[in-house]
Design a protein around this ligand. Structure first.
Ligand code: PDD
Length: 291
């Protein structure tokens, strides 16, 4: 079965779905995106994704191509046409098509939108059970990492470096040693006295939708969670390290560069949070679409 994409008002087989060469997403990375996990046919944290999408648009002074309600209908139709049960939906909105000039085009230029879907959600269970390796990489991104922009070249380079090192992800750090996040997921550690720590919301990280849910799940389970900066040095002394994200869920980390995390086995808190996150997904119902 061929994949069906929604492109600017039409549902097309993906092979026939194209964007214009003067689309500003193509020419300037002048666009934003979201990736949403679909679990048993319904979305995880749908409202969180919508809120972040609208925030990304407004921070870039870009208008939404349609209302939230209309976007929801499009996403539901893409899921239906692609028969997605467990998978991901990708939404990209660009500033539109106009002759190439750096400044914004006139108000008559409509933003462009693409919605696609893929089968398969989350990494295989066996990967999480074994835990993953990270490499460290300098964070070379811009000053507005809180905007989910399609300008992802530094993330791409960091992820490629991880891939070449046979690592799952790249842990990004600032010149002062602060760990911001990973190339496509948020980073966490557990201190020796069992406090769960993740970078606070700021322009230095993407405010992960999974991050917000895992904070809630962890606090509800009785864990102490601190949103504060931490350094590479602190990760070396951590009891546990893990990642979160739409395509990662909760992923225990067992090695960073050549160094083992604690005893080199997935941490018990990370595994517990992973299980609780899975339970959260399993409990989703049709109300997951509601505002
Ligand atoms: N990435 N940090 C970065 C830089 C990310 O790109 C992502 C997600 C996250 C996690 O955010 P969330 O929990 O909302 O998925 C953190 C998506 C999955 C991607 O680019 O494919």
């Amino acid at each position: 079965m061929s994949h069906i994409a929604y492109v600017n008002g039409r549902y097309l087989p993906q092979k026939q779905a194209f964007v214009h060469i003067e689309d500003r997403g193509y020419q300037f990375a002048d666009g934003v995106y979201e990736v949403i996990c679909i679990w048993n046919g319904v979305p995880a944290d749908y409202q969180g994704h919508l809120v972040r999408l609208n925030r990304s648009l407004s921070e870039l002074k870009m208008r939404a191509p349609m209302s939230d309600g209309a976007l929801t209908s499009v996403i539901q139709e893409v899921i239906r046409r692609n028969r997605i049960v467990k998978g991901t939906v990708y939404i990209q909105i660009n500033r539109g098509v106009a002759p190439r000039l750096h400044n914004f085009p006139g108000a008559s230029v409509k933003p462009s939108i693409v919605v696609t879907a893929k089968h398969g959600a989350g990494p295989p269970e066996s990967v999480a059970e074994a835990g993953v390796k990270l490499i460290t990489q300098p964070d070379q991104r811009w000053g507005r990492c809180d905007i989910k922009s399609v300008g992802l070249l530094p993330n791409v380079l960091a992820k490629q470096a991880a891939y070449e090192a046979k690592a799952f992800e790249a842990l990004l750090h600032r010149p002062d040693g602060t760990v911001t996040e990973a190339s496509a997921s948020n980073a966490w550690l557990v201190t020796p006295d069992k406090v769960i720590v993740t970078h606070p919301l700021s322009n230095a990280i993407l405010g992960g939708v999974t991050r917000a849910t895992v904070i809630k799940i962890a606090r509800a389970a009785g864990y102490k969670v601190q949103e504060r900066a931490f350094t590479l040095d602190e990760t070396k002394k951590a009891k546990e390290v893990f990642l979160t994200g739409t395509t990662t869920f909760v992923m225990p980390v067992v090695q960073i560069d050549e160094r083992q995390v604690a005893n080199g086995a997935p941490g018990t808190i990370a595994l517990d949070l992973r299980q609780r996150y899975r339970a959260f997904l399993d409990d989703l119902t049709e109300t997951a679409w509601d505002a």
